[in-house]
Design a binder for this molecule. Structure first.
Ligand code: CAO
Length: 448
């Protein structure tokens, strides 16, 4: 005996009216718990909706391009009466025959489902295709490829036809390395995963081992804490940027003794003013000036071209309770220190409250990550693609500096500049840092 039930779109967090970009099953398909059923794509996220129960698909209610929200009926599934697969996953609620399958909150179960992934890209900041536009796949070709949504999105961002990527994963699944290898014009040769080896791989793939699976609870008590949405967005972007950009970081130091006394004087004079000027405001202003002198740093890669921008929008990393955000201050070259400081503190407040609008995080040319309020000496900031460089600063400290005849105490600010070696070379980066340090040691130079 069999029974039919309707599968609904589960709880998909804040998203409503999300377009269906792929239907991954058809009537007659036999599916298991957590098999991906459809892919939804909002302007921010791509989400694979997994099956809450096992059975045979009898009817697809939604169509490609439909917009759906939590609770929208998606398809009818027939559950064999003798099936014990409903209990195949402990976090999926049991479905009584004849009833509708309950919505499962995606956020809550995301750590347990490989098919529910979420990768975010800022609306106007997708890296441009390194491949000719005619290579962009049709949706029909995309559907025939066996890959998760984040990898499909990754392939789309690279402008490649995922259907042409040779798969090396288990059961013919396309893996991230396959896409990278394909982009580099290298084809992998086997359809099963290569055996792990310490030898240098011949194919040019990353040859990575699978992520270690450890039962942490064996060693002591543990708690599960789902990643916040922002952490997941940032994580996907940071992984891509770290994997795809050849980063180099140059370290340097700037003597900010005079600048710091000037900053304190300004803040004392403007005690009653609503705005406090921080060192970061001066750094933002100084960087706009350095970017004017070194245009390769104020650029983005677009295929074989470098897009050099004639505007100077600078983002700054803000640490928020939900994760890292990078609001952008526009046209920094045209603004004074007070305006920059005011805008920065307003944007940082909005970031902390989770109230930044998308356009307040877009259009950046260069970013600054300041850990100066916390500590540290140097670090390696990750470039915020499609930008080509980022400045990290740590806490300034009094140090003895030899002035030619004696050691004098000077306030020294550590600078860490990460840059994309496809666009910038080491000599340019060293000059960038030297010039920035000169400006910070005497901000009057910004005017000349
Ligand atoms: N050296 C010494 N002291 C510094 C300093 C530096 N380089 N930079 C800031 N400070 C001081 C400030 O003057 C302030 O001291 P007072 O209160 O006595 O004036 C104190 O440190 C706190 O500063 P702040 O960090 O709160 O303010 P800011 O304007 O410098 O930075 C913001 C604002 C939003 C950038 C910061 O709060 C923040 O979020 N920083 C973290 C960025 C981050 O996470 N980067 C890592 C990204 S990669 O994961």
């Amino acid at each position: 005996m069999t029974n039919k039930t309707t599968i609904l779109v589960p709880d998909i967090g804040d998203f409503k009216e999300v377009p269906v970009i792929e239907i991954l099953v058809k009537p007659g398909d036999e599916i298991k718990v957590e098999d991906a059923l459809v892919t939804l794509e909002s302007d921010k996220a791509t989400i694979d909706v997994p099956a809450p129960i096992a059975g045979i698909i009898r009817e697809i209610i939604i169509k490609m391009g439909d917009t759906v929200s939590a609770g929208t009926p998606m398809m009818v599934i027939e559950i064999p009466q003798d099936s014990d697969s409903q209990s195949g996953s402990p976090d999926i609620p049991e479905v009584k025959p004849g009833k509708q399958a309950e919505a499962v909150p995606l956020e809550a179960s995301s750590s347990k489902s490989e098919t529910m992934t979420s990768s975010f890209v800022q609306a106007d900041e997708r890296p441009r295709s390194p491949v000719a536009p005619e290579n962009v796949p049709s949706s029909a070709e995309v559907r025939s490829a066996h890959a998760g949504p984040s990898l499909r999105k990754f392939a789309r961002e690279l402008g490649i036809d995922i259907a042409k990527v040779p798969a090396t994963g288990p059961r013919g699944r396309i893996q991230r390395e396959d896409i990278l290898a394909y982009v580099k014009g290298v084809t992998t040769q086997t359809s099963s995963a290569p055996a792990p080896t310490t030898a240098t791989p011949e194919t040019g793939t990353l040859n990575l081992l699978p992520w270690p699976k450890v039962d942490f609870a064996r060693f002591g008590p543990v708690n599960l804490k789902p990643l916040s949405r922002i952490k997941k967005i940032a994580g996907a972007n940071l992984s891509r940027n770290w994997a795809m950009i050849p980063h180099v970081t140059n370290q340097d130091e700037a003597d900010i003794t005079e600048l710091e006394s000037f900053r304190q004087r300004l803040n004392l004079e403007g005690k009653k003013s609503d705005v406090k000027i921080s060192m970061l405001a001066f750094l933002i202003k100084a960087c706009a000036s350095v970017l004017k002198k070194f245009p390769n740093f104020n650029a983005s890669l677009d295929g074989d071209n470098l897009v050099i921008k004639d505007y100077f929008n600078i983002g700054f990393a803000a640490d928020t309770p939900n994760g890292l955000m990078v609001p952008v201050i526009r046209d920094v070259d045209k603004k004074g220190i007070f305006d920059i400081a005011r805008e920065m503190s307003e944007l940082a407040r909005l970031a902390r409250e989770g109230a930044l609008k998308p356009d307040q995080m877009q259009g950046g040319c260069f970013s600054i990550s300041s850990l100066g309020g916390i500590g540290g000496t140097f670090f390696t900031p990750i470039i915020n693609a499609p930008e080509v460089a980022i400045l990290g600063v740590c806490k300034s400290q009094m140090k003895p500096v030899w002035d030619g005849s004696t050691f004098t105490p000077r306030l020294i600010l550590p600078l860490s500049l990460s840059w994309d070696h496809r666009v910038i070379n080491g000599a340019e980066a060293a000059r960038f840092n030297v010039h920035l340090a000169q400006l910070l040691s005497d901000m009057r130079r910004v005017l000349v």
